[in-house]
Design a binder for this molecule. Structure first.
Ligand code: HEM
Length: 131
């Protein structure tokens, strides 16, 4: 093996070292997505109950949990549907959930319930495209 071959191999190895982790980061992890979705389903009920009885701390925790979970799965490339739409819908979901935390801070149950309705609209859009 010549010196030139060795340098070519080194460059390739270095390139692979950078590219492989980037690709691995976006691989769809079904177990994680399913877990986040099941959490979403129980969080939905918890937030609604919390808002209806004026427990704004619990409502804020739930809205935050929505944002955290969906922000986590945004890194993935969906197995069906477009990555651009995935990023757009999840991005909108996360910012809507964060606005929900704000409504809990204002102790405004009606606004909080309107945010829940928006999250359910995004749920339907997301499932139509990706599920
Ligand atoms: C309030 C919002 C949402 C709730 C309550 C919810 C709930 C669920 C539930 C219960 C499942 C079935 C999980 C299982 O197999 O046990 C599911 C699956 C799924 N949801 Fe959602 N979802 C929500 C929003 C979204 C959004 C916004 C997207 C996409 C942008 C999305 C994408 C998916 C996908 C891709 C699956 C299939 C996962 C797989 O099997 O690979 N969901 N969701």
């Amino acid at each position: 093996m010549t010196r030139k071959h060795v340098s070519v191999l080194l460059v390739l190895a270095l390139a692979a070292a950078f590219v492989v982790p980037l690709a691995a980061q976006t691989t769809y992890d079904r177990a994680v997505v399913v877990q986040v979705m099941r959490d979403n389903a129980s969080t939905l009920g918890q937030v609604r109950t919390a808002l209806n009885k004026g427990d704004f701390f619990a409502a804020a925790s739930g809205f935050w949990k929505f944002a955290e979970g969906m922000n986590r799965i945004m890194q993935f490339t969906p197995p069906k549907g477009s990555k651009t739409e995935w990023d757009r819908i999840l991005g909108e979901f996360v910012s809507t959930a964060l606005r929900g935390v704000g409504t809990a801070g204002e102790k405004d149950a009606a606004k909080g319930l309107a945010i829940l309705a928006e999250l359910q609209r995004l749920n339907q859009a997301g499932h139509a495209m990706f599920r």
